[in-house]
Design a binder for this molecule. Structure first.
Ligand code: SAM
Length: 245
C-alpha cells in the first residue's frame, strides 16, 4: 500500500509514555487515507506527506493533551470535550481515537468540513464523538453548551485572547482550555493574562516543546476556569476577532 503512515512506537513511548494499540494504529492509518481522499474535493489540509501528517496532525494533537508530560491527565474518565474550529478534525479526531471513554464534540462553522468528519466517524466506527456546525460566539451563549465541558481544545483558530473568549465560557468551573500555538512570546502572556482574568480563568501553564521529527517549536497554553464567565462573553459573532480583549 502506498502512503503508509509510520508507526513511530518508540517516539510515542519516549515523548508521551504511550503507544497506540494495533486497533488505534489502524484507525490513524484509515484517517490518513480518508483525509487524502477528501482533499481531492475539499481543501482539508496541505499536510499530506505521511511523516509530516504523523508529526503535525497526530503527534501534535496528542501532545497537547499531555499536560506536564502526563498523557491524558487532562482528560479524566468520562470527560466531556469540545474541539472548537476542528477543520478536518484536529486535534479532535486523534483525541477521540485515544480516549474512548470521553465524549468529544467536533465543532466547526463550515458545514462541508463537518459533513466530511461525519463520514470519518462512521468509517472509523467512532461512537464517542458528536458533530456540531456552529460558531463559538453563538454556542457560548446557549445554555446547552455554556459551562457544559470539562476540556476545550482549540488549534489554529485565532489569537490567544480570541481563543480564550471562545473556550472559557464553554467550560465548567475547574475545566481546562488547551490552546495550541506555534511560537509564543512573553508579551503574548501579558496580553492573554488580561483577557483571561475578564473571562474567569487563569493561565495554569505554558508548555514549550520541540516536535520529534522536524524539531519545530510549539507551545500549548493551558487555561483553568476558576470563576463564572460574565454574561457578556463571548461577545457577538466577529467582535472577539475585531476587538480582542
Ligand atoms: N483546528 C484545525 C487544525 O488545527 O488543523 C483547523 C484549523 S483551520 C485554520 C480554522 C478552522 O476554524 C476553520 O475550519 C474554520 O471554519 C473554523 N472557525 C474559525 N472561526 C470559528 C468560529 N468562530 N467558530 C467555529 N469555527 C470557527
Amino acid at each position: 500500500m502506498t502512503n503508509s503512515l509510520p508507526e513511530m512506537a518508540e517516539i510515542w513511548q519516549q515523548t508521551l509514555n504511550w503507544q497506540p494499540s494495533d486497533h488505534q494504529q489502524a484507525q490513524f492509518q484509515r484517517l490518513y487515507h480518508l483525509i487524502l481522499e477528501g482533499n481531492r474535493q475539499l481543501n482539508l489540509t496541505r499536510i499530506t506527506d505521511p511523516q509530516e501528517f504523523w508529526e503535525k496532525h497526530l503527534w501534535d494533537s496528542l501532545r497537547g493533551i499531555a499536560l506536564k508530560g502526563e498523557f491524558i491527565t487532562s482528560l479524566k474518565e468520562g470527560a466531556s470535550v469540545i474541539d472548537i474550529g476542528t477543520g478536518a478534525g484536529f486535534p479532535g479526531i486523534p483525541v477521540t481515537i485515544i480516549a474512548p471513554n470521553c465524549t468529544i464534540t467536533l465543532m466547526d462553522s463550515t458545514r462541508k468540513k463537518i459533513t466530511f468528519i461525519e463520514t470519518v466517524l462512521t468509517e472509523l466506527a467512532l461512537t464517542n464523538a458528536k458533530t456540531l456546525v456552529a460558531r463559538a460566539e453563538e454556542i457560548g451563549q446557549q445554555s446547552k453548551h455554556r459551562q457544559a465541558y470539562d476540556v476545550a481544545l482549540i488549534r489554529a483558530v485565532g489569537t490567544a485572547s480570541v481563543c480564550a473568549e471562545y473556550t472559557l465560557p464553554l467550560l465548567k468551573q475547574g475545566g481546562l482550555a488547551i490552546i495550541y500555538r506555534g511560537n509564543w512570546t512573553e508579551d503574548e502572556t501579558t496580553g492573554l493574562e488580561n483577557a483571561v482574568k475578564q473571562l474567569g480563568g487563569v493561565i495554569e501553564a505554558i508548555e514549550k516543546f520541540t516536535t520529534p521529527l522536524s524539531q519545530s517549536i510549539r507551545h500549548c497554553v493551558y487555561l483553568r476556569k476558576v470563576a463564572t464567565t460574565a454574561v457578556q462573553f463571548p461577545r457577538a459573532t466577529g467582535v472577539p476577532t475585531q476587538k480582542p480583549l
